[in-house]
Design a protein around this ligand. Structure first.
Ligand code: C5P
Length: 305
């Protein structure tokens, strides 16, 4: 195979509990991830007898913010390097990324591309690693990368990289408010440390009510159980996000939360038609740069050609 393409979903965190910062600088997390049908695509073309890993990025949306690195700093390039170092393969690759997931938006767009890169490079290099083996490499590349290989709905422990699937029910419909400027994940965690300094922070856990809502497939109960410990730090860095959350709540969202480290905000709808109402209320309010409609859960990174 000389070329292959993978699709990879965005992630959201239905709950995100953050513990006290560890000695390695990471925070222990207890989170519930969900994969949404908002997909990036990564196409890999084999470059034989070369050690070259090249990345190009095409942004689909005009409201995309932030700079996506095209060189060695791109997470997809890092993922390809980790796979090459582990397997000893002696070929290079050209990776072309088609980005739909908001950049620096708290939906793990960079990590998604890394997960897709592992899948496509494993195909064009013929390295034959299993999903479990790829998942171990994924954890080296970033905390969210193993979930983006896995997809569905899952609990994330450790720094987010340790995944346990949840067999929930139902489809969930989300209106998603996108900002015109991204937020840096390390900056939001640093703000969490600043705001919680001197306070006793409990070890993080997943709310039982959230798991019960997922087992029942009950969007109303899920909306009430949504939570995110990075809300306050994200709002502290971006006070205008309060207005975005207020518009969605005012329009009858079942739950309104910041996505991951933000600045994207998520609004849970009863069903598809309610999602359209929420999206129209957000779009007409002028509080956000763009509104996306998505559904979850969906599969993780997978080959499409
Ligand atoms: O793992 P990843 O490289 O995606 O994390 C990006 C940054 O987010 C880390 O460098 C760290 O500052 C912060 N982070 C954290 N605790 C986590 C996950 C990420 O502090 N559990």
């Amino acid at each position: 195979m000389t070329s292959a393409t993978a699709r990879v979903p965005a992630k959201i965190n239905l709950s995100l509990a953050v513990g006290p910062v560890r000695e390695d600088g990471y925070h222990p997390l207890a989170t519930v991830y969900q994969a949404l049908d908002l997909h990036d695509e990564v196409r890999a073309t084999l470059v034989e007898d070369s050690d070259h890993i090249e990345v190009s990025v095409h942004l689909e949306s005009s409201t995309e913010s932030g700079e996506v690195p095209e060189g060695a700093d791109n997470l997809a390039a890092r993922a390809a390097r980790v796979l090459r170092e582990t397997t000893g393969v002696e070929h290079g690759v050209r990776l072309a990324i088609r980005k739909v997931i908001p950049v620096a938006g708290g939906m793990a767009g960079g990590s998604a591309d890394a997960a897709a890169a592992l899948v496509v490079c494993n195909a064009v290099w013929g390295t034959g690693l299993s999903r479990d083996e790829l998942s171990e490499l994924a954890a080296e590349v970033g905390s969210d990368v193993p979930f983006l290989l896995h997809g569905g709905t899952a609990i994330g422990d450790g720094r987010g990289e340790s995944i346990s699937p949840i067999l929930g029910r139902g489809n969930y419909y989300w209106a998603i408010a996108v900002s015109d400027r991204g937020l840096s994940t390390p900056a939001v965690f640093a703000e969490f440390d600043r705001l919680t300094a001197g306070r006793e922070i409990p070890q993080p856990s997943v709310p039982e009510a959230l798991l019960a809502a997922l087992r029942a497939g009950d969007p109303e109960a899920l909306g009430e159980a949504l939570s995110n410990d990075l809300t306050e730090p994200a709002l502290s860095l971006r006070p205008e996000l309060r207005d975005v959350l207020a518009v969605g709540s005012g329009a009858g969202a079942l739950g309104s939360i910041v996505s991951g480290s933000g600045p994207t905000c998520l609004f849970l709808a009863h069903d598809e038609s309610h999602r359209l109402d929420l999206a129209m209320a957000l779009a007409s309010s002028g509080v956000c740069a763009d509104v996306i409609q998505a559904r979850g859960p969906v599969a993780g990174a997978h080959l499409i050609s």
